[in-house]
Design a protein around this ligand. Sequence first.
Ligand code: X2X
Length: 340
Amino acid sequence: MQFLRTMFAAGAAVASLGATAALAQDYKDEYRVSTVVPAPFPWGIAAEKWAELTAERTEGRINLKVYPGVQLVQGDQTREFTAMRQGVIDMAVGSTINWSPQITELNLFSLPFLMPDYAALDALTQGPVGEKIFEIVQAKGAVPLAWAENGFREVTNSKHPIRTPSDMEGLKLRVVGSPIFSDMFSAMGANPTQMSWADAQPALTTGAVDGQENPLTIYSVLNMHELGQSNVTLWHYVADPLIFAVNQQVWDSFTAEDQEILRQAAVDAGAHGIEVARKGLTDGDTSLIDEIKGHGVEVISLTEDERQAFVDATRPVYDTWKDKIGADLVDMAEESIANR
Ligand code: X2X
């Protein structure tokens, strides 16, 4: 019996080798990895680390090259996922926000005030919700491997401090090209304008918009205080994790051994990226916030009541989008967060 079992296992192994027929010599010279921002933003650092670890561990068999600025889709970050699925892009380290036009469920992370802290974010990405999200991404045609982080998105502007929804009135704010963001800022009384990241930077420089929302790491690397963004409100309303993913055919072209190396390299690069993304913002280390304050920027932390006013103002958007995302998934997320 043992002999038969061994024979069967050997047969299956040979059959599966024949089926995939992935041979390292068929590999491309370079695999193109899309990101929105380059190093030294934590996002770009995560992608570069993935490339570095992959090259090292495959002894150069797999060579990733990072293309920041979503240049492979002419800067249109909302087309990144489609381009990866179609093979225009081999791989990406992409924001859940930017892939949400194709994968509605990714709007989960953009539900206003769903995640109160980093433990809540981790409870989602590292728990059953994260697994479910990866199944959904896989079903949409790309192979998800690991998580990294853009971060909690804070609102900044050049006009005045924001403490209440009424402070939002009339502010012209750049938002990402994902409909839930327009809905949220309209609900708060602001004047949101959808723009790609490529267009956002000149719009901030010329004052065509009054403000924007992005993680503080983005604010800091770009020196947004020099662009007149002198008011920062820490409200932690949403956070966008990043997903490392690979086009399905590209993935299938790798040997099982190399697939595993690529996956583990993404996990390790993601862990590094998350550490960098949280530096100066967590564990009693407020050095990044202090650095921003040091430029004369007014940095406001909301009281519990002030925060609640924003929660209330955006609740109708939460409810509408809960249905669009799928109430079951949102329920699962709320439960994971409650039990974190
Ligand atoms: O466009 C943005 O604000 C950015 C850079 O954060 C994303 O790509 C989601």
